[in-house]
Design a protein around this ligand. Structure first.
Ligand code: NAD
Ligand code: MG
Length: 319
């Protein structure tokens, strides 16, 4: 597991609000190439949807390194795929910034989700674990309702869950696989956003996780990549539509990030061993490296940011 000590981060040096910046401990400046594990990685395969706790090395979601400073105090957030990867990094960061957080995940991911619930509690915030499958419209509507009643409202909706399966030829993409990918990545955000908007007051935000795949699709991700282009597109149309209500809508576009999605069918074994090697930084990103982007898009300081896509791609795949 990556620890603050091995990474040399300023993990445990809590910043004190109200103290001049010069008086705060200085976070270490690090070479981004050396900050996290690099390829080659051990070959590994987990049954879908995979667990972060079983990955070698374990991804860094900010467990020991993310430091909050009250940027989301009092906010109420619902994050899909909040058990692992980008969703977990956002959940930890939101909680440490003072938000109460509901997470959705699949029953098979209970072990990862328990860790996130514990981390949210340790940040002193309310955690609402809501298990269930987003490929069902009634479930998506129920999920929003359950989050709203458990949190007492909804200010931040992060549509982050996704299905990605690497399949070399379109001839081998079954109708069922194509349908599951569309249901998870396109229909679920549609169902959830429709259910959430009536609960959202001005100042609320919707964040979609898109991908470098929206701009530069891989040949083996025919189904998945087009859903990420669709995500980018719905972010832009909804931002125009919901601006009148004072609701901002933005997207996050990660490059190759070390998450369970990749080891449970998202990447071929060949690609996994050299994962991230093609980036100018020579390694994959870690989920924590996107945490601050989700916070930025959710907080009031980002009040003029809507219809925008923020990337963290290690130097590749972005426009
Ligand atoms: P991840 O496996 O940690 O997260 C994906 C989550 O989706 C899972 O944890 C699971 O809870 C959820 N999910 C999938 N199908 C579901 C279903 N039917 N019902 C409920 N939940 C379901 O992987 P991640 O890489 O952190 O993925 C998060 C987002 O990041 C996705 O939108 C993905 O497209 C995007 N992304 C990932 C990468 C990468 O390299 N890892 C790159 C670009 C974009
Ligand atoms: Mg997961």
């Amino acid at each position: 597991m990556l620890t603050a000590a091995t990474l040399g981060t300023a993990a445990v040096l809590g910043a004190t609000p109200g103290i001049a910046a010069e008086a705060q401990p200085k976070p270490a400046k690090q070479n981004p190439r050396d900050k996290y594990p690099k390829p080659p990685f051990e070959p590994q395969r987990q049954p879908w949807p995979g667990l972060a706790s079983q990955m070698k090395p374990r991804p860094d979601h900010g467990e020991t390194s993310y430091i909050g400073s009250g940027r989301l105090r009092g906010r109420k957030a619902l994050i899909t795929g909040g058990d692992s990867g980008m969703g977990r990094a956002a959940a930890i960061a939101f909680a440490r910034e003072g938000a109460d957080v509901a997470i959705n995940y699949l029953p098979a991911e209970e072990a990862d989700a328990r860790e996130v619930v514990d981390l949210i509690h340790r940040a002193g915030q309310k955690a609402v674990p809501l298990t269930g499958d987003l490929r069902s419209a009634p479930f998506c509507r129920q999920l929003v309702d359950r989050a709203v009643s458990a949190l007492g409202g909804l200010d931040i909706l992060v549509c982050n869950a996704a299905r990605q399966q690497s399949i070399a030829s379109i001839l081998d993409v079954t109708d069922e696989e194509f349908d599951q990918t569309m249901k998870t990545n396109i229909y679920a955000p549609f169902w959830m956003i429709k259910a959430a908007v009536p609960h959202m007051e001005p100042g609320s935000v919707i964040i979609g996780t898109t991908s470098e795949q929206a701009y530069d699709p891989s040949p083996d991700l025919y189904a998945y990549a087009q859903t990420k282009a669709a995500t980018m597109n719905y972010v832009k149309s909804l931002a125009k539509q919901l601006g009148a209500k004072g609701i901002r809508v933005n997207g996050v576009a990660p490059g190759p990030i070390w998450t369970p999605l990749q080891v449970s069918g998202g990447a071929s074994q060949g690609k996994l061993v050299t994962f991230g090697a093609t980036t100018p930084l020579g390694r994959p990103g870690q989920p924590v490296e996107l945490a601050g982007i989700y916070v930025r898009l959710a907080e009031d300081d980002g009040s003029f940011t809507t219809g925008n896509i923020y990337g963290a791609g290690g130097g590749q795949g972005q426009p």
